[in-house]
Unconditional design. Sequence first.
Length: 458
Amino acid sequence: MRQIRASTALLETGWQDDVLVSFDESGVIAAVEQINDDSAAEGAVRVGILLASPPNVHSHAFQRAMAGLTERRGPNSSDSFWTWRQLMFRFLDRLTPEHVETIAAFVQMEMLEAGYATNVEFHYLHHQPGGIRYANLAEMSERIMAATARTGIGLTLLPVHYQHGGCDKRSLGPGQIRFGNNFDAFEKLHAAAASSLKALPGDCTIGVAPHSLRAVALDDLKRHREMAGENPLHMHLAEQIAEVEEVHAHHGKRPVELVLDQMDLGGTNCFIHCTQMLPHETYGLARSGAIAGLCPITEASLGDGIFDGVRWMDAGGRIAVGSDSNIRISLNEELRTLDHSQRLRDHSRAALASIEKSTGRRLHDAINLGGSIAAGRNCGAIAPGKLADLVALDDKAVDLEGRKGDAILDCFIFAGKDALVTDVWSAGRHVVAEGAHRERQAIVSAYRSTMRELGDAI
């Protein structure tokens, strides 16, 4: 057994001091107990504050290498998500499999150091420039897996089906051609990736991701669900006004209305962004049991809009968070941005708090529950039978001085820095200690080399 001795920990039953967590070599928690005698914790890793570590439920790893390179305005005065997308297409045409692997390892390292234990990778960069298939259909998927083997993060790989350039099923443009597969080709790629994934630890899994209502045929959504089985199905939904207008013009319904009408919804469905919803759509999707996968930093960066979080959570909707474009990978900042967006829109304060829970506690509990379902991962709580996906905070940090109970979470999210994270375990793998990943130096060195090779790719 491996053990962690925490001065205080947030358990399913609430906050508890002097906690000993024991887990086996498979990373499953065997026991959680309060101890009064330190001799019982001999050999245990000692930490200050111990929390369940949530999954990062939405990432496009390669976009990390673009961070900071798209902040110039183009000749069009209405610069938007759509002009940013053209820059992204231009950038990805330079990427080789080797680049993707080193970027993914760097991204996963940053996720772990920020407090995430799992990377849910929405992976759509499948082919060579020009759309030429690699001899190994799963070449690019295996590069994400190689990064995972190096970093020790948990992985839920979501190979993405991307077939059409719009709802009218027009052909993919030059920038999209590296993503493209018809359904049969996607099925083969997915099977190859699933086979390769078996080389990773048993906590890693695979799901399915139809990219969006613009990029796949509506008739194929049932087949995607069948392919996913009990594993997660993720899809971009209602992110941009132009997307909503295109879907409505072609199908006669707005995106959320369409999935409510056409899809078999439930807990293993995760819809990403949902920043363009009307109240009836918010209520309907929240009550369906689907997860809203929110990426507030990216949504703010790209001008997507503001998720209707207050109405969603009041309707019992489930949420999870992801870093999407990876322009900034920070768990506490993601949550802070989410709550602040609600305050700015509604001229309110503590928008996502409830009568029973502070803002920090409500968000922590919500993203662990929703994230575990969205990732298809047995995590989300410090309890026997759960994976040891755990994050420790520095109880000696000045921002947490004198803080107890839920005030710890509130200060971490709204006043704290990433440096508060001292240790992270992913399925029991102790991958971050003293605030740094175990292979930080080598991973950063490889990433620097990749960045030098890419140069002025945009």
